[in-house]
Design a protein. Sequence first.
Length: 319
Amino acid sequence: MYSKRLPVAYVQPGIWIRSWTSHASCERPRYSAAMEERHIPELQRIANCAPLLVITGAGISTGSGIPTYRDERGNWLRSDPITHQQFLGDARQRQRYWGRSTLGWPAVRDAPPTRAHRALAAIEAQGHMSHLITQNVDRLHQRAGSARVTDLHGRLDRVRCLQCDDVSARSTLQERLLELNPWLRRPVSASRPDGDADLAEHEVDLVRVPQCERCSGTLMPDVVFFGGSIPSARIEKCKTTLAASAALLVVGSSLQVYSGYRLCRWAKRDGKPVFIINPGSTRADALADVRIPLDADTAIDTLADVLVSRQSHTVAEPL
């Protein structure tokens, strides 16, 4: 739930900039009120194109303590993540992955939704958003209250057996991993993207990996690794929701991964506006009708207020 919202700055008739802060997070963003106000006309243009199909990336979750893979120019910040082919073809790579995941999973499990997550849930509840497609695997949109969500790259809170296709909870596997590897019960100095953490190379061979309790098969997180394929039914769902939307809004993604970028191409092909909210450059900048260089918390907070104000003026009775 949002705390009581108080107007901070009057911008123009009918539009207030408010702080949609929650009791859990009251820190103001680094952007000035003047910078936010400068983007009000662009945010109004986005609001006028509802219902929106929203696609989110790692930038929306940084306020939850989950780092991104890339910097504002789209360059890798860390070593390359594990690929689908490496996980399937190399038992030692699986040892490395599950050892690092044992250390890093709690940070994702316990991460709180950001102000932007909660604001998007409110925008959906008000009927301004047709659907939300997230490239993230952290399930923070669902924790914030969003109901119509497609997890494009899967979800980290589930584990799937590659042999019998049985699905189980990641929290249950964590207990098994710690039973087999009690030495991994230790604090982590720094979080990494998607529930990863640093593990010394000499420790990799010590990691004992559980097998499927049903068939003794190989367990894999229920996510699409780099180099993997998104299920066709999920792609069709994205196409259907795009067709039912008036415009596409990208939030907190550099769109370097093709699965997100092609949604922008499809929208442009279909004559739908493409709006991008991201501090840094993106792969789809040339396709954007509007690009706002703000962080997700700042921009989506303000967009939510613009939508509320627009709706109140639509239903207001004349004096």
